[in-house]
Design a protein around this ligand. Structure first.
Ligand SMILES: [Zn+2]
Length: 342
């Protein structure tokens, strides 16, 4: 992968390019939500540092992709590169923590000069899985990093890391891509239609890694299930309504997805209400359900839609405080039912 092929993360990449250009590369901490591309950027950065015949394309340093170092890196057998992750057991189950023994073994390897080029690169992923012991072990390398070693810590939440460790790293924040950035990426990379890209992006929660893993068929099935939340058949029949509530309130993740679906649905309803010209499916998250969205738009006014959306957001925020999910989703759908079928 080259930097120019990475979607988004412009400011992070610019900072890395500056560091490459200056030749002075500190220990770095890539922090941001999971599945948004931090590790891809870290791997590209590592490959660029190890490449023996680096390219300069439009002022950006890029790995050449063809030198011996690049080939070894891609085939995961470059001697000067280490990826430290929680170990897997025989059954493929990952350990919860990165163990101190892994850190020590890596440190023993750092004593020797690079075998293939100028640098050695170590990626620790995810740093959230360092326990106190392994974090302290790693601190030794961060306090006195050998001049030819670049350490990159990649993860989500820095609040659990010791301050001593944080203060030794330059923090590079990563932000999620916008839905439209992901849609553009999917139409180019997977040759999806605009509508398919939108469906997959919405169903995978707008996280690039999940979007790339999800195929259109799975997204369609998932959307069918989510759509039950606003289907007339659900709202008109108590038994179907309770079934739907129980399915979507079963755990925090399902509930979050349900609220996400509902919010985007009502956002579409607002768009339909606000537009006087003929509606174009491409303006809507759920463009393939345009006629239904129009029906909803005629059922309530913008103020009422706003009030429902505010309620959904309130439930979203209360999720963190462990509210009764079933009760709050049930109340919400009952209110929708009463509004639509008084
Ligand atoms: Zn190369």
């Amino acid at each position: 992968m080259r930097f120019s092929e990475i979607m988004g993360h412009q400011s992070a990449i610019e900072r890395l390019q500056k560091a490459i250009g200056s030749g002075n590369i500190p220990s770095m901490l890539f922090a941001g939500e999971p599945g948004i591309g931090k590790l891809t950027v870290a791997f590209t950065f590592a490959q660029t540092l190890l490449c023996l015949d680096r390219l300069a394309t439009d002022g950006w340093a890029e790995p050449c992709g063809v030198c011996l170092a690049c080939k070894k890196f891609v085939h995961k057998n470059h001697h000067d590169f280490r990826l430290i992750e929680p170990l897997e057991d025989d059954k493929g189950k990952k350990a919860h923590f990165i163990k101190i023994e892994q850190i020590r073994k890596m440190q023993e390897g750092l004593i020797f000069a690079p075998m293939e080029g100028q640098k050695k690169v170590v990626i620790v992923h995810p740093f959230d899985r360092l326990n106190m012991e392994s974090a302290n072990g790693l601190l030794k390398t961060l306090e006195e990093p050998p001049g030819d070693v670049v350490l990159i810590l990649v993860g989500e939440n820095t609040t659990m890391l010791p301050g001593t460790l944080l203060s030794r790293c330059v923090k590079i924040p990563f932000h999620p891509l916008s839905f439209s950035q992901i849609e553009t990426f999917l139409t180019a990379k997977k040759q999806y239609s605009v509508q398919e890209a939108r469906l997959v992006t919405a169903m995978a929660g707008g996280r690039l890694a999940s979007c790339l893993r999800m195929d259109v068929e799975t997204a369609k099935k998932r959307e069918e299930q989510m759509h039950a939340l606003v289907a007339e058949d659900t709202l008109l029949h108590y038994d179907r309504l309770f079934e739907t509530v129980n399915a979507h309130a079963r755990d925090e993740e399902a509930m979050e997805a349900a609220l996400h679906y509902l919010l985007a649905w009502f956002r579409d309803v607002l768009v339909a209400q606000a537009t006087t010209s003929p509606l174009d499916a491409s303006w809507f998250v759920y463009g393939w359900r345009l006629s239904e969205i129009k029906t909803w738009a005629g059922r309530m006014d913008a103020q009422e839609v706003g009030a429902f959306m505010a309620q959904m957001q309130a439930i979203q925020q209360a999720q963190v405080r462990n509210i009764n999910r079933v009760l709050s989703l049930e109340t919400l759908l009952m209110k929708l039912r009463d509004k639509i079928f008084p």
